[in-house]
Design a protein around this ligand. Structure first.
Ligand SMILES: [Zn+2]
Length: 454
């Protein structure tokens, strides 16, 4: 039987948060990625917002985030103002992902560290859930016996690394070492699963670049407001790319010549100057009302829990750390809603007008981008999406939802400081020129199914 009779296979290596501008600049240093890059490379538009969970789940379903009802790693519980819950796979169990399509055709998939796949879906194949796994005792693999095998591959349960938590507060040199170790660990598992030989689609996603950028960006970017000279960390982020490139080389060596290999990201990254204290601004402008002045910085959640937000007089409030998600206090939808359906669009535009006028601390104009829900989302869960999404200075400024802050800008949230924000473009490269080049993440699922002839 000739090779043309073999069913095609697709391997996707996801580098979460890989920024097109950075990859383009460093590609000469990355020989294995360069091979793919030279065959086919393009920038693709990420989702609104460019956040890991909606971005990857849109990629693998081909659906606009409005069908998924996802806009962050957490979601606001309906009829509550500030009760956010961590996303889990049960929320999308009715969504037809590419692995579900393959499943029905008796084809096999490997999902390795794909964000959003906890608890693991019971598909035809193997699943090792990603960084949402609560702990090593939880059932994070499918089939469940795979967990013990994975522990063996990395040298024991105590060597298994779910994520590098607290990446914003770990000393940068230590973080770099931990992230390189994490890549070693991840590729052991990826290679083990890929070598099983019995699959049609394999997706493996690496979080190391994302984790690194939030802390290591200021060491290579001379334009960063907090640029720091440090010979050991100067190439820290590039070293992580080099490690990925070298591991990719090893991985390619165990693949078949006719396997289609895609390397892509879910969104990019860019230097962050400041965060805009969105709720402070909404309060100043009279959209958000409090019952008592906070005397020190306090989260919106704590203010709400203490009963200090005057919801009966509040028109709009915001959430989010990289991107501002703004909600209108809509009658019938919110517990104490005051804005009628008739007033809804005008209110959105009024709030958007105020947010789009935000300037930098020196009074200079910023490139703020405002997205209305009705313009960017389609699908049966649009009602759960934020009414307005704001990219301050086109994502060079983040957001902070806390109250009681001294002015309009801050450098950190309660979770800590951040060197970088997410970017609105992702990378896409492939060892096979696609028939139709993808323009946005929503195009990728069809592209994969085409290659697989399903
Ligand atoms: Zn991401």
């Amino acid at each position: 039987m000739g090779t043309s009779m073999r069913s095609p296979r697709v391997l996707i290596l996801g580098i979460d948060s890989a920024e097109p501008l950075q990859v383009e600049e460093w590609i000469e240093e990355l020989p294995n990625l360069k091979q793919l890059y030279e065959t086919f490379y393009t920038r693709v538009e990420s989702t609104v917002p460019p956040i890991t969970i909606p971005a990857w789940l849109t990629t693998f379903s081909g659906l606009n985030p409005g069908y998924l009802g996802l806009y962050d790693l957490k979601y606001r519980e309906p009829r509550t103002y500030t009760n956010y819950k961590l996303y889990n796979y049960r929320l999308v169990k009715d969504i037809d992902f590419i692995w579900n399509r393959l499943d029905r055709l008796g084809l096999r998939s490997i999902l390795c560290f794909v964000p959003g796949t906890y608890p693991p879906p019971r598909i035809n194949g193997y699943v090792v859930s990603g960084f949402f796994t609560p702990n090593t005792k939880s059932n994070f693999t499918h089939p469940s016996r795979l967990r013990e095998e994975v522990f063996q591959v990395v040298g024991g349960e105590d060597k298994y690394i779910i994520d590098i938590y607290e990446f914003r507060s770990i000393e940068p040199k230590k973080l770099l070492r931990l992230l390189l170790d994490k890549l070693d660990h991840d590729f052991k598992v990826i290679k083990y699963l890929v070598k099983s030989g019995n699959w049609n689609l394999a997706i493996a996603i690496l979080m190391s670049i994302d984790r690194a950028q939030h802390t290591l960006w200021r060491f290579f970017d001379r334009g960063h407001p907090r640029y720091t000279e440090d010979p050991e960390l100067k190439e820290g982020l590039l070293d992580i790319y080099r490690k990925i490139d070298q591991e990719l080389g090893d991985l390619l060596a165990v693949l078949r010549d006719d396997d289609v290999v895609i390397v892509m990201s879910d969104h990019g990254a860019k230097r962050m100057y400041y965060r805009v204290n969105v709720n402070e601004l909404l309060r100043e402008e009279g959209f958000l009302r409090v019952k008592e002045e906070p005397s020190r910085p306090i989260s919106l959640r704590d203010m709400d829990m203490k009963g200090l937000i005057d919801w009966e007089r509040t028109t709009a409030w915001a959430w989010g750390a990289y991107i501002a998600q703004v909600w209108i206090n809509l009658k019938d939808r919110e517990k104490k809603g005051i804005v009628s359906r008739e007033e809804y669009e005008d209110t959105c535009r009024e709030v958007a007008e105020v947010l789009s006028r935000v300037k930098d601390p020196d009074g200079r104009k910023l490139d703020n981008r405002v997205f209305f829900k009705w313009d960017v989302y389609r699908g049966d869960r649009v009602e759960y999406m934020p009414d307005i999404t704001v990219y301050f200075d086109n994502l060079h400024y983040g957001a902070n939802a806390a109250l009681g802050l001294p002015d309009l800008y801050s450098l950190a949230t309660f979770k800590g400081p951040d060197d970088s924000n997410h970017g609105e473009y992702a990378i896409f490269m492939c060892n096979n020129k696609p028939e139709r080049p993808p323009k946005e993440l929503e195009d990728i699922a069809d592209l994969i199914l085409n290659v697989l002839n399903v």
